[in-house]
Design a binder for this molecule. Structure first.
Ligand SMILES: Cc1ncc(COP(=O)(O)O)c(C=O)c1O
Length: 362
């Protein structure tokens, strides 16, 4: 079997034991004589999977009974529109932390529905930083929610902790650092994440919404089509859900909990990121693009001082079995995405390659 060291930003690598489990069950799940993709979502196999995945999600995130959980389609991008459609009335206000390409899209969609304030905006410095830990923000008293992107996949910045919004509930796009560390769920009204980076394949987006947030923020001044109404999706299936991605998310969550949950993921991510950033910072041959205090432990963009050599670096890396290192076009250079499923050995292999490249081409 040939497996590369995979640094793809998303869809990204999945835990090998999970892929093997899927392979084993692909033709015949639980003696059904059919795959999970070929049987009813309301039947006796998928029903328990749907219950288990929500239970595992609650356990991994530390959600109590005041939270409800759902699986929707359309990616995290669809939520950019659905969130204000559901929770921001025409004369309501929401605050959006503007920290990158994804927040830009979220802000554009929110503006279609209500008033939007930007308490933080790092667009003028190419989004190279996020608010420092402990930063406090005084928001308009009518602000319904404060939206932030906990990890900015493209520019490689990450909130070290939740921004202090003076009690205004947080709505978080956690797509690229979902379940990578413990979070203070009490400060959130909603957490959502596309599965394809940390918890599964593309095709499903996880939404967790607190009951009180739902009750207090539900808009009454517009009609919402049934399938776009979050309430329809929480702890119930209004239509055929993406069964295969949900089934896989369940297996990844089983793996994650077995590994020790988000605390173990945080330790592992910290060690992987430290190894890689140390290599980048060793001298001037490589350089990180995000400000140091804002650096992400999930996505690590970096450049060569000699930018003209970057295409060669990427080509050689690919030939050495290091896949997916080409940076996003917005930043250029290289980006290593080192999500939960990325083993330390892959980061070590990358660091060894970087060291070797410096010695032979420096
Ligand atoms: C932080 C963040 N938000 C949103 C998205 C968009 O996700 P999707 O492609 O699932 O709509 C991405 C995708 O890379 C992302 O990294």
């Amino acid at each position: 079997m040939h497996r590369v060291h995979n640094f793809s930003a998303g869809p990204s690598q999945l835990p090998l034991p999970v892929l093997k489990e899927v392979q084993e069950e692909l033709l015949d799940i639980q003696g059904m004589g059919a795959s999970i993709m070929e049987i009813s979502h309301r039947g006796k196999i998928f029903g328990p999977i749907y219950d288990q995945v929500r239970e595992r999600l609650r356990e991994a995130l530390g959600l109590d009974d005041s939270w409800r959980v759902g699986f929707v389609t359309g990616g995290a991008t669809m939520q950019f529109g659905l969130i204000p459609m559901n929770f921001l009335s025409q004369d309501g206000r929401a605050a959006y932390f503007h920290t990158g390409t994804w927040s830009k899209k979220a802000i554009a969609d929110a503006k279609l529905f209500g008033k939007v304030d930007l308490p933080f905006d790092s667009s003028e410095s190419d989004f190279d930083h996020v608010p420092p830990p402990g930063a406090t923000f005084t928001l308009d008293s009518s602000t319904r929610y404060a939206h932030f992107t906990s990890n900015n996949t493209i520019v490689g910045t990450q909130f070290a902790s939740e921004p202090d919004t003076g009690g205004v509930p947080l709505v978080c796009d956690a797509s690229s650092d979902f379940l990578s560390r413990p979070i203070d769920v009490d400060r959130y009204g909603m957490i959502y994440a596309g599965a394809q980076k940390n918890v599964g394949p593309a095709g499903v987006t996880i939404v967790c919404i607190r009951d009180s947030f739902l009750a207090s923020n539900k808009v009454s001044d517009r009609a919402i089509p049934a399938l776009m109404n979050y309430e329809q999706h929480l702890d119930q299936m209004p239509n055929t859900p993406p069964v295969f991605p949900i089934y896989m998310v369940n297996l990844v969550l089983g793996w994650l909990l077995e590994q020790g949950g988000v605390t173990a993921m945080q330790e592992k991510s910290g060690a992987k990121a430290a190894l890689l950033y140390d290599e980048i910072d060793k001298d001037d041959y490589y350089r990180g693009t995000a400000q140091k205090e804002s650096r992400s432990v999930m996505n690590v963009p970096f450049r060569l001082t000699d930018e003209a050599a970057e295409a060669h670096f990427i080509e050689k890396a690919e030939a050495a079995g290091l896949h997916g290192l080409k940076g996003h076009r917005f930043v250029g250079g290289m980006r290593a995405s080192i999500y939960n499923a990325c083993p330390m050995e892959s980061v070590q292999a990358l660091v060894d390659f970087m060291d070797e490249y410096r010695r032979t081409h420096g």
